[in-house]
Design a protein around this ligand. Structure first.
Ligand code: CO
Length: 302
């Protein structure tokens, strides 16, 4: 991919829309706000910008690191004590952006936020072709531990390619010793997670995020109808709430169960910190060039 190619422009555009969506979502996060309403607004914002969500906009609160949904998701309200992670991304002609921030409504956990924010900035400063995953992981681990926190070891950044949010390479948040290198032209999302807990996440609760991973049909007539809708998401992750706009809730639940059982889609349950530690996360999408080009940065796109 060269600077002159159309694909390059698409990655820049996807990053720009992702960053704008993140800023917009951030402006809506206030005590008393309903999580469901913010997520719908951000998903719609991305569509209004001429893109589609690269994955369902997500808000994970306190010890939840990702894929959060409460038992009463539609009614869950943000409180002034919450540490709120907002993770959003746009897909533009297949090119993707993925970015996240943490908002500290009480102001009590700024050290925890600094740990993951600083880790991300330190990685951006050292990224260049030939850097090993080990070097990246080491910088994240060191930055977070120096501030007295732990990186979450079983969450990682990832490479991206057209219509593929996770295109094969995991970028670790600790030193794995991996000698695999980043090369010029690769696109990676770097997302350090810091916690005052154990440093691992476990799955908990009912999944709200899914992804089709097998192109197979299903016999069950209603599951087949829902699958037809799912195919429109082009292999990108999707939300239960999106399907509920088209079909009745009970039928969506039934169809998703069948499709998971038949190995056609995969479910991503909420991920919570093992010891209920608080979790912070910052994320940018980066084009590896002679140095890092952060595509999800609003002020300086070059
Ligand atoms: Co990501």
């Amino acid at each position: 991919m060269s600077f002159e190619s159309k694909e390059y422009d698409d990655w820049i555009k996807a990053g720009e829309i992702s960053a704008k969506a993140l800023a917009y979502g951030k402006s809506l996060i206030k005590p008393g706000a309903k999580i469901r309403e913010i997520l719908d607004a951000v998903d719609n914002f991305i569509i209004e910008q001429g893109a589609i969500p690269a994955f369902p906009s997500q808000i994970s609160v306190n010890s939840f690191a990702a894929h959060y949904c409460s038992d009463n998701f539609d009614e869950t309200i943000i409180t002034e004590k919450d540490v709120v992670k907002l993770d959003v991304g746009a897909c533009y002609n297949g090119a993707l952006g993925d970015n996240a921030i943490t908002i500290n409504l009480s102001g009590e956990h700024s050290d925890l936020l600094d740990a993951s924010r600083q880790a991300l900035n330190n990685v951006i400063n050292i990224i260049k072709p030939g850097i090993t995953l080990s070097e990246i992981g080491k910088v994240i681990e060191k930055t977070i531990e120096e501030k007295g926190f732990s990186p979450i070891r079983n969450l990682s950044g990832h490479s991206l390619s057209l219509y593929k949010l996770h295109s094969g390479l995991s970028v670790p948040n600790y030193d794995t010793g991996s000698k695999i290198t980043l090369e010029k032209g690769m696109i990676v999302a770097i997302e350090p997670f810091a916690t005052n807990g154990f440093g691992l996440v476990v799955e908990k609760g009912v999944p709200n995020v899914f992804m089709q991973f097998r192109k197979r049909n299903v016999r069950h007539p209603f599951a087949s109808m829902v699958l037809k809708e799912i195919k429109k998401y082009k292999g990108l992750p999707f939300a239960r709430r999106w399907l509920e706009k088209k079909f009745r809730k009970e039928l969506v639940n039934q169809a998703l169960d069948i499709l998971v059982r038949e190995d056609i889609i995969v479910a991503f349950p909420p991920l919570v910190e093992k010891n209920q530690g608080l979790v912070s996360q910052f994320e940018h999408t980066i084009l590896v060039w002679d140095k890092a080009i952060v595509t999800t940065k609003l002020d300086d796109l070059n």
